[in-house]
Structure formats: C-alpha cells, structure tokens
Design a protein around this ligand. Sequence first.
Ligand code: ATP
Ligand code: MG
Length: 356
Amino acid sequence: MKKNIAVIPGDGIGPEIVKEAVKVLKAIEKKYQHAFTYTEVCAGGCAIDKYGKSLPEESLQACLDSDSVLLGAVGGPKWDNVDPSIRPEKALLGIRKEMGLYANLRPAKIFPQLAAASPLRTDIVENGIDFMVVRELTGGVYFGEKKTYEVNGELYATDNMCYYEHEIKRIAHTAFQTARKRNHKVISVDKANVLDTSRLWRKVMHEVAKEYPDVELQDMLVDNTAMQIVKNPAQFDVIVTENMFGDILSDEASMITGSIGLIPSASLGESKRGMYEPIHGSAPDIAGQNIANPIGTILAAGMMLKYAFDMDEENAVIEKAVADVLSDGYRTGDIMEEGKTKLFCDEMGDKIVEYI
Ligand code: ATP
Ligand code: MG
C-alpha cells in the first residue's frame, strides 16, 4: 500500500524519537512491501526560530496533503516568552482545527514487564490494564463562551459548557468503531444526574449504539469512573467522554501505567487520517543526549498503521516487538531497573527493528 506520511520532528527530544519511529515504519514497509513516503514538516518552536510562526502555511499544507501526520513533540522553555498567538503548541491546535480532528484516542495499557512501575496494587495490575480513552476534543466547556464580570463590586466568571447533537454523534461513532477494533465494549462517561450537556450526551450515545448491535454500551458517572479507574481498571475496554472529563480521565489512565514514555495517542476526524504522537512533551531536560525513550512514538506510529491505514497486523507486529524487547530486559534510562540492559534512544529503535 502507498501512503504519504507527514513527519513533524518538532522540538526537544522530538527529532530523536521521531527518527526511531521512522526507522520502525521503514522496517514494516520492507516486511510487508508497502511504499511509504515521508514528508518532513517544520512546526513548533523550531518553526518560530526559522519563520517567525509555529505553523507556516506550507507546513500546514503538507499535513493536509498527507495520509496522516506523525508528530514528536513541540515546545520548550526557549519559547516561553514568545507572543501567545504564535506559541509552539498553537501549531498543534492549528493542525487539529484544519484537519478537522475532533477525537483523541489514548490507550492505557500496562506491559506486564513494567508492572512494578504502576502505582496501583499488584493484585489490581495483575488483572490487566488495557483500555482506550476516547475524548471529544473540540467542544464542551473549553470552547464555550468565557466571561469575567464585576457584580456588586466583586469578580464573577462563567464558562459555558455546550454541545451540539452532531458533535456527540460523531464522537460516538468514533468510540463504537474503536470498540469494534478491540473488545466490543463502550462505557460512556458523563454527569447526567446534574448536567444538561450530559443528558444530551447520554441520549445520543444510546441512539448511535443502535447502529452497533455487536458493541455493548454502558453509562457511568464521571466521579465513579475516576474511582473505578484505580479500583478495577480491568473492567474497561473503551471509555468515551466529553472534552474536560476526558482531559482529566486520560491523564489518570496514563498515570496508572507508570511510564509516560511508553504511551501513544491519536487525534482523529471524520476521515481515517489523523495526527499520531506520544503523550509526553518535548522533555527539554534530556534533549540532545540520545537517552529519551522512543517507545511512545514508535507505538504512535503503530496506531497510525492500525487506525489510519487499517494495517492491524502491522501494528500488532510492532506491539509484539516492543513487548518482546522489554521481556528480554532491554530498557531506556527512564524505565531502567537493576539487572536490565540499558540502551540509548537509537539503540532501542534498532533493537525493536531487529525484533520486527
Ligand atoms: P509538556 O508541557 O510539553 O507536556 P512537560 O514539561 O509537562 O511538557 P514532558 O516534556 O513530558 O513534560 O516531561 C516530563 C518529564 O518526563 C521530564 O523530566 C522528561 O525528561 C520526562 N520524559 C518525558 N518524555 C520522556 C521520554 N520519551 N523518555 C524519557 N523521559 C521522558
Ligand atoms: Mg505536560
């Protein structure tokens, strides 16, 4: 299969980890006789330095022309004081907006080899942690009208939480389709005992569910979900929720796995193409030292194969190679334990390629 991948190395450790992910994609290309082309795109802090803006038009166009975008990370203290309108992170918002990416997928998956890193009790971890948080990304309270007034001599602020039916419908489809690629179970998270947006959310979820008779749908209140994630994470397959609840729950879900360097994420829209990246930031404190963990980015490249290109087997091969490399005791510094073999960033990439 021919695919054009826009690659944004970005800032900090971004270029180092993206290089390893591209290495892995090339190994998959060879193994399965695909033909991927890689278009390197400049965005983020490095684009501010070079062009005076974080998302130059031609960078955006390259993303729009691609079949999917692979991103390392953008930002860092160097650009802390630039004008807010051109901040490095604005590049990602711009790409999301122009590509119409309204869903964020973040897996919470624990590698049994790294179970000790989880802050959860061993017996809970042993039941397995393997679920996906599907977060609505372009609506809700983060995008509603915001105001600060003065009322009777004191300040008063409001943030408006709002959702259209069509916004809920499309994220519902994303969730049910994701469940079809997994274990056919969706838990829809809301606060329907208090919020009108949640009552609409629940209604639409159940309507859309009728189109997916093979997927089970259950409702759960957000406060209970926050508890259940630490109490019994094994019960979850796909969690779908609105923007702010998803922001909070997806961080909680990542945290219980114990290793942020290993977690990928995807931003998706109506079409299958999207933007794929690790959940961690640009880690300026370790940039340029070849010690970053490239696994989150490598797994993000795997997600791209699975969700954008329907290459489920290719993704499974990458996931297995990562698991086997960990089983055989190879580690980067961030997940190093006694008695294991410590690898540099590029050595970890090479090792995963070798196992593929
Ligand atoms: P951002 O605001 O972009 O999310 P941040 O400062 O919140 O950035 P990260 O850049 O993710 O957070 O870094 C948090 C810590 O985790 C840092 O100490 C960093 O070195 C470490 N870290 C992040 N990613 C990796 C990685 N891939 N490998 C090793 N360590 C990492
Ligand atoms: Mg952060």
